[in-house]
Design a protein around this ligand. Structure first.
Ligand code: KIV
Length: 269
């Protein structure tokens, strides 16, 4: 059974770590039963489930509700709440309260912060208080208005800054680091430099683990991330099931006698 400590202390010969997002109880149950190490209640819930066109509108209440649903369904995996835009970083006390709520009220084991120079000291403080932190560098979608959603750390200066921030977050006590949409050789260099595990998403094969958005993995996304891979066709299966229901009702095939019951003793005249 994975724990924050077993993840942080993963050895070089251990199998790569696995992490998937989940936003609801049935999906989290399936991911957990498959033995995935970490379940991230991503703020990608904004795009995948809540109909927003970015992660920026996601609220603390929304993320808390989804975190609770996931945590209630999970027995083994480490559940990580992905803190929404501006729920941390503006005011230290408010950030700590928002992060603490995910553990205290919703059953998460850790929080993830989209990281930068502004999250080093906050990470240190959260860890001091007993709130494990997963850092996140490279493409950080909460900065979509500044950085877009393209590849990051593609020149020497940006790669050096990313390495510096990765080391600063490790030193501040983060137990792992997500690296998103950066060159594989930059991710390999960061992975080599850190003792804590790196979890890549669009960051090549040399990270200590991999994470993807569940909708991309099961083939539900309409617009999957370019670096993702679909391992199933859930969208196709849903489309077939919904069309099957529609046709069966229109054709008078559903409900059949096996889906209905009659009370013979009723006097309905
Ligand atoms: O919100 C999310 O799903 C994420 C992953 C892509 C790492 O942050």
């Amino acid at each position: 059974m994975p724990t924050i400590r077993s993840i942080r202390d993963r050895g070089p010969d251990d199998p790569p770590l696995t992490m998937l997002t989940a936003y609801d109880a049935p999906t989290a149950g399936i991911v957990d039963a498959a033995g995935v190490d970490m379940i991230l209640v991503g703020d990608s819930v904004g795009n995948t489930a809540l109909g927003y066109d970015s992660t920026l509108p996601v609220t603390v209440d929304e993320l808390a509700s989804h975190t609770g649903a996931v945590a209630r369904a999970v027995e083994d995996a480490v559940v990580i709440a992905d803190m929404p835009f501006l729920s941390y970083g503006a005011d230290e006390a408010e950030g700590i309260r928002n992060c603490g709520r995910m553990l205290k009220e919703e059953g998460a084991a850790a929080v993830k912060l989209e990281s930068g120079p502004h999250t080093v000291e906050l990470t240190r403080r959260l860890v001091e208080l007993g709130i494990p932190v997963q850092a996140h560098l490279g493409l950080t979608p909460q900065r979509v208005n500044q950085l877009g959603l393209g590849r990051q750390a593609t020149d020497d200066e940006q790669a050096a800054e990313l390495l510096r921030l990765a080391e600063a977050h490790e030193e501040a006590g983060a137990f792992s680091l997500v690296l998103e949409h950066i060159p594989a050789n930059v991710a390999a260099r960061v992975t080599e430099a850190l003792d804590i595990p790196t979890i890549g998403i669009g960051a090549g094969p040399d990270c200590d683990g991999q994470v993807l958005v569940i909708d991309d993995v099961i083939g539900l996304s309409e617009d999957p991330a370019p670096f993702s891979k679909a391992f199933g066709d859930v969208r196709g299966e849903m489309e077939r099931a919904v069309a099957g229901f529609r046709d069966a009702v229109r054709d008078g095939e559903y409900p059949g006698p096996e889906h209905s019951h009659v009370e013979d003793d009723l006097d309905l005249d």
